[in-house]
Ligand binder design. Structure first.
Ligand SMILES: Cc1cc2nc3c(=O)[nH]c(=O)nc-3n(C[C@H](O)[C@H](O)[C@H](O)COP(=O)(O)O)c2cc1C
Length: 406
């Protein structure tokens, strides 16, 4: 089931890497989402970022020293180890990783890492040669074998001047991994294809017809499905969302491209997804022809002939006439404020498309917003309103409803 609140206890360990400043952003993401965050900093970490910064971001005293821990942090290291529901070490230096692998406890952070029964997430950050050194790789393997979740560093330009792997993973990536580690994996083993965003239908090489969809709803569904253990494939139009690496993202532009991409996922029985959620705002029509060159402003008026695009949801619905798979969820958007009209359209769409569930929403509640208000109508006649709330919460309600359908 989805968590009602994310008020979970997280200990954030910060070690002496040049990337330590990014720990402030990670703490901010966690705190904003409702997590209770307490930081422990190594002595070296304090050369890079001050405990004052971390205290200000988390609103909690920061543990920096065994001998002052009771007044400074208001809680001893063993209490901290017991309090933690997750320990995140970000950034994690080669030195701290080696000490964790060997079981050292000569700093409050290492002592907590040894004493806690909570899951541990480690996000390494270091020079590429330190990272690829056999000893570091061996230490990471020891931690992995122990069940520690390693968030692999990114590749790119490093602060030390080298280019390669070693850059701390983005704070959003670490944040989503922490949420994943803390969540019930009730979608484990399920493959889910989600579409999101607008499509663009070319008029000429520089112009297109599109819509106001931001892709935020489908992106939220993808993140929450990943958090709950699903294997997620997101097929999206042009959107501006950062998604966890574990989500397979496939970018398309036009409705025809989206059609091809979605149909490819259901082409073979052996790799058939368990669930398809069509959250994309696929253009119903496209220009019958896209001009090869920019259309010139010569005429007083311009007629553009539009032709219908393929109806992806309908096609998927026909495909599953004989079998229940994939479980099919679509979206219906209406303008205006008539709830009965929206529900009528949603029910009609459920039947016409042979879907298992349709999520009805109003354009003014949904487009380009971080919140949404929806009605879930399913094949068993169930109807549920989800009052205006964050899209990630709406996404969890939709996923909860999917679980009730099998
Ligand atoms: C400017 C500077 C940047 C450093 N950056 C890193 C780094 O990104 N990763 C790393 O493993 N060590 C880095 N080090 C070395 C660590 O700070 C050093 O190994 C230290 O002992 C780590 O201690 P700690 O893990 O207890 O914080 C850096 C050192 C300096 C002086």
């Amino acid at each position: 089931m989805s968590e009602k609140t994310e008020k979970r206890n997280v200990v954030l360990g910060i070690t002496g890497s040049i990337a330590a400043y990014k720990a402030a952003e990670l703490a901010r993401l966690l705190v904003t989402r409702g997590f209770d965050v307490r930081c422990i900093m190594t002595e070296c970490a304090q050369q890079f970022i001050t405990s004052t910064t971390m205290q200000a971001v988390t609103g909690r005293a920061v543990a920096t020293n065994f001998w002052e821990e009771s007044e400074a942090a208001g809680i001893g290291h063993i209490q901290l180890a017991d309090w933690a529901e997750a320990l995140v070490v970000a950034p994690a230096t080669a030195d701290s990783i080696a000490k964790m692998a060997a079981g050292f406890a000569d700093s409050p952070l290492l002592a907590v890492a040894l004493a806690t029964r909570a899951p541990i997430v480690v996000a390494p950050a270091m020079n590429v040669n330190m990272l690829t050194h056999p000893k570091t790789q061996e230490n990471l393997e020891i931690l992995r074998a122990r069940g520690v979740h390693i968030v692999d560093p990114d590749e790119g330009a490093l602060a030390c001047g080298w280019n390669g792997a070693g850059r701390l993973a983005e704070p959003t990536e670490i944040f989503e991994r922490v949420r994943n580690v803390l969540s019930a994996q009730d979608f484990a083993g399920r493959r889910i294809v989600i579409t999101t965003g607008p499509t663009r239908e070319a008029l000429d090489p520089v112009r297109f017809i599109s819509n106001r969809s931001s892709g935020k709803m489908g992106a939220a569904l993808a993140r929450e499905a990943y958090r709950r253990g699903a294997q997620v494939h997101l097929i999206h139009g042009p959107i501006h969302e950062q998604l966890p690496r574990a989500i397979k993202c496939q970018e398309v532009v036009s409705a025809e491209e989206m059609h091809r991409a979605v149909m490819a996922t259901v082409a073979s029985k052996s790799s058939m997804p368990d669930i398809v959620v069509m959250a994309a705002a696929v253009a119903d029509y496209r220009p019958s022809e896209a001009a090869q060159e920019k259309i010139k402003k010569t005429e007083k008026s311009l007629n553009i002939k539009l032709v219908q695009n393929p109806d992806i949801l309908h096609e998927l619905g026909q495909l599953k006439r004989d079998e229940r798979k994939p479980l099919l969820v679509g979206f219906a958007v209406e303008t205006g404020e008539e709830i009965e009209n929206l529900l009528g359209q949603t029910r009609a769409k459920l039947k016409h498309k042979n879907a298992d569930m349709i999520v009805g929403n109003f354009a003014h509640d949904a487009f380009d917003l971080d919140t949404n208000r929806v009605w879930l109508v399913d094949r068993n006649g169930r109807q549920q309103e989800v009052a205006t709330t964050d899209k990630w919460r709406v996404a969890n309600k939709i996923l909860d409803a999917i679980l009730t359908l099998g």
